[in-house]
Design a protein around this ligand. Sequence first.
Ligand code: GDP
Ligand code: MG
Length: 169
Amino acid sequence: KKSSLSEVKVAVVGAPGVGKSALTVRFLTRRYIGEYDHQAETRYKHEVLVDGEPVLFEILDTCPKGEDELPSNETLNWADGCLLVYAITDRRSFNYIRRAKQILSDMPLVLVGNKGDMVHLRQVSTEEGEILAKDYECWFQEVAAAEQVQQVGEVFHELCREVLNARRK
Ligand code: GDP
Ligand code: MG
C-alpha cells in the first residue's frame, strides 16, 4: 500500500539574529551560507523522508522586526507546530521564547538552542534550556547551524514526528 504524503506546517519562531534563517536554509539545502535576508518572512515547501515516510514540510521562517514583535495570530493559527529558537549566546533571545510561549496555543513544540559552536560567548546554560523544555513538555536540543547538518535535520524531524503523533490522537 502506498502511503499518502503528510503535510506538516512549521513556524520557525525566535528573536532577531538567533539563526532562524540559518537553521531553515541548512535543513533545506544542507548548506550554511552565513548571511540571510533580514527583512522578509519566507515560506518554503520541502519534501523529505522522515522515518522512511514522505512528508511535505511547509516552513515559515518568521522575521520579527525587533525583540518586542511576537509571532502574529495568523502565523500561530496557520502552524501545526513551532520550532522555538534562541541563541545560547543571547540571554534576551531566551527571554523572547518565554514571551512567545505565552501566546502559543497548545501545539507541538521543539526548543532549540542555536549557536552551540560559540561556547566561549555562552550566556544560557544547557541546563536552563533543559529546565525550560521540561516546563513546556517539549523536546530540546542545542545545535549549531554553522557546523552541523545532521542535528539540524533532527530537530525538524522531531517536530514533524510530534505533529504527526498529535494528529493521530
Ligand atoms: P535570524 O534573524 O534568526 O534569521 O538569524 P540569521 O539566520 O539571519 O543569523 C543571524 C546571524 O547569526 C548571521 O550572521 C548568521 O551567520 C549567524 N549564525 C546563525 N547560526 C549560527 C551558528 O550556529 N553559529 C554561529 N557562530 N553563527 C550563526
Ligand atoms: Mg531570518
